[in-house]
Design a protein around this ligand. Structure first.
Ligand code: G6P
Length: 615
């Protein structure tokens, strides 16, 4: 996590570009922020503040913010508590170098000890300060260029990093490098931008270069950009690509929060997600499957790996793949998979699901899977991110930038793509008939309108939220396709309202969580009219007979729950495999309104970050 931005270009423009860029990257962390600027006469000015970028802005505006060169950082704390001292940029003891870093230096304590022996003193508790001191040490002792010192230092470093370094006395040069953490270079007219993703760059230029792992770049005024491999110093090819993002996509568009905007834009985002993927005869066309038919035909097993909300999507993906492809499917947390000695060979397919495409554990999981010979398929949102670039093939969910930290539209986009993927693989393997495919794709084509219809529950959910705002615990229950929906509903509530919530398979509840149920603990039960409806009715009765309040999500027109549950929220009827997409809408709204009622910052919940690029 953490977001970095850098700029080299026009007189006194750096500060504005950096602050705007940091605001766009706040989703990556907001524990502290900082900026380092080099003025035209070579003075290095550093400003840092605990908390959000707005705090930094207030503080920095009292100081010197001139300069055409600068670097900036927004932090999600890993080493050392969030305070001004641990905030980046970190400055070397000599005062010559300033550095921002996203990632983790794993061998920092060994390096730190060696530097202390060479007389270096440390102010912060961060791993990053070690790196800037190490570069400084090499720079001074080897009498080499900054670029060479950075490269030498990185050869000694273990871990993950995207870094940017500037030097006092040199207003014309910015050195950047990456390994396992993302870095994008924006090529403008007489100005160059660097950032953790394209969002700080959009609006300035649409020409970008995605720096590859183990590459560093030297950006100098009036000189061509140079990119080299860190280990060999050999020049790399410069591949300029188009940044497909618009400023409008990054704004709130009249909503109070990004999360609410993203909930309400789901009809549109799923339209984009489905575009061109269902043929007129109802067949599914996914290029990633078409181009790798042999792999999908010969596969003996599929393993889905992901983290967080994407892992919940993976659990639903398992059901879809089992139902439509009749193939064994496993689901693993990426963090467990990567250290779990997975047994894989070339008949295995690993599907990695990640909104950001940058989650460190998921990235490591796919690298391991590929080493072991598996065919790795990515389901990501951010075009050009590390995961889509490190997979054999894949499908983008195309739901546009998701800025609210709690995932909403990406989840429904992932479910849509997983449904398409399961159908595409199933039809290829002959595991499902054309008619069955068409039945689902007909409903999928209508999904944007069905979500529009579902969103009409907004006012009812907002009213209901007032009853439950002060509950301390919640239980979310579902069965079959909607057991993972229950997990996701509980996660949404936890993430943004800080209420403890547990998702559970409804029938399993009687083996433990039922002991918690009393009048103070509401249960949200996802009970569409599907193959398990009759079963879940008895689970609702079990909750009711212990005095717990029940909010039931039911299919429109089904009134049988009204006598049992305290409150019913009706959602449109869809085929069973699509119910998680629809049922998650009221759950998103419920979490949203409870958090708003409690006065919480829903877009930037405490301790969380959108993109988790550390282990
Ligand atoms: C973080 C985010 C979650 C997300 C998870 C996985 O925890 O806050 O919303 O589900 O990372 O992220 P990914 O980008 O891989 O889907």
């Amino acid at each position: 996590m953490c977001g970095i931005v850098g700029y080299l270009g026009k007189p006194d423009r750096a500060y504005d570009v950096l602050i705007r860029g940091l605001k766009r990257l706040e989703y990556r962390g907001y524990d502290s922020a900082g900026v380092a600027l080099v003025t035209d006469d070579g003075t290095l000015n550093v400003h840092k503040a605990q908390g959000k970028v707005s705090n930094l802005e207030q503080k920095a505006s009292l100081g010197d913010t001139r300069g055409a060169l600068g670097i900036a950082h927004t932090r999600w704390a890993t080493h050392g508590e969030p305070n001004d001292i641990n905030a980046h940029p970190h400055v070397s003891q000599s005062g010559d170098l300033a550095l921002v870093h996203n990632g983790t230096i794993e061998n920092y304590s060994v390096l730190k000890q060696a530097l202390i022996e060479h007389g270096y003193e440390f102010k912060s508790e961060t791993d990053t300060e070690v790196l800037v001191q190490l570069i400084d040490y090499i720079h001074r002792n080897n009498h080499c260029s900054l670029e060479e010192a950075v490269r030498e230092a990185l050869l000694q470093v273990e871990g993950a990093y995207a870094i940017a370094v500037v030097e006092r006395g040199n207003p014309d040069r910015l050195v950047v490098a990456r390994k396992s953490s993302p870095l994008v270079i924006g090529v403008g007219d007489g100005e160059t931008f660097i950032a953790s993703d394209g969002t700080p760059i959009v609006g300035y230029t649409d020409k970008v270069i995605y720096l590859k792992d183990n590459e560093m770049a030297v950006i100098e005024r009036d000189k061509p950009l140079r990119i080299v491999a860190i280990d060999s110093n050999a020049p790399s090819e410069i591949d300029i690509q188009e940044l497909k993002l618009s400023v409008a996509q990054l704004e709130k568009g009249g909503y109070d929060t990004f999360m609410l905007k993203e909930i309400f834009e789901q009809p549109e985002t799923l339209r984009d997600c489905l575009r061109g993927r269902i043929a007129s005869d109802g067949r599914v066309v996914l290029m990633g499957v078409e181009m790798n038919k042999d792999k999908f035909l010969n596969a003996k097993r599929i393993t889905l790996v992901a983290c967080g909300t994407s892992w919940h999507a993976a659990l639903i993906g398992k059901r879809l793949l089992q139902d439509f492809c009749k193939i064994p499917v496993e689901v693993e947390y990426a963090s467990e998979f990567r250290y779990g000695n997975p047994v894989l060979d070339d008949k295995d397919i690993v599907i990695a699901i990640s909104q950001s495409g940058e989650t460190a554990d998921t990235l490591a999981a796919i690298q391991l899977a590929r080493q072991k010979g598996a065919f790795v398929y990515g389901v990501s949102n951010v075009v050009g991110a590390s995961i889509p670039r490190n997979t054999d093939s894949g499908t983008y969910i195309h739901v546009g930038p998701e800025i609210g930290v709690a995932s909403t539209k990406a989840f429904t986009g992932q479910l849509t793509v997983l449904t398409l993927l399961a159908l595409a693989i199933g039809q290829l393997r002959g595991a499902i008939t054309k008619e069955q495919v068409k039945q689902v794709t007909d409903a999928l084509k209508e999904i944007p309108e069905t979500i529009e219809e579902t969103l009409k529950v907004n006012d009812k959910v907002e009213d209901l939220s007032k009853i439950f705002t002060y509950a301390h615990n919640f239980l979310y229950l579902g069965r079959g396709y909607n057991y993972p929906t229950a997990l996701e509903g509980a996660l949404k509530l936890k993430e943004i309202s800080y209420i403890h919530a547990e998702g559970y398979p409804a029938a399993e509840m009687k083996h433990g969580p039922i002991a918690l149920i009393d009048a103070e603990m509401p249960s949200v039960i996802i009970a569409p009219s599907d193959s398990l409806y009759d079963k879940i009715i008895s689970n609702v009765q079990q909750v009711k007979s212990r005095g717990g309040a029940v909010v039931a999500i039911v299919s429109k027109g089904n009134h049988s729950m009204e006598d049992i549950a305290d409150h019913c929220i009706e959602i449109p009827a869809v085929p069973e495999c699509l119910t998680p997409i629809i049922a998650s809408i009221p759950l998103q709204l419920m979490a949203y309104y409870i958090a708003v009622n409690k006065g919480k910052n829903v877009d930037q919940p405490r301790n969380l970050a959108k993109s988790v690029t550390v282990e």
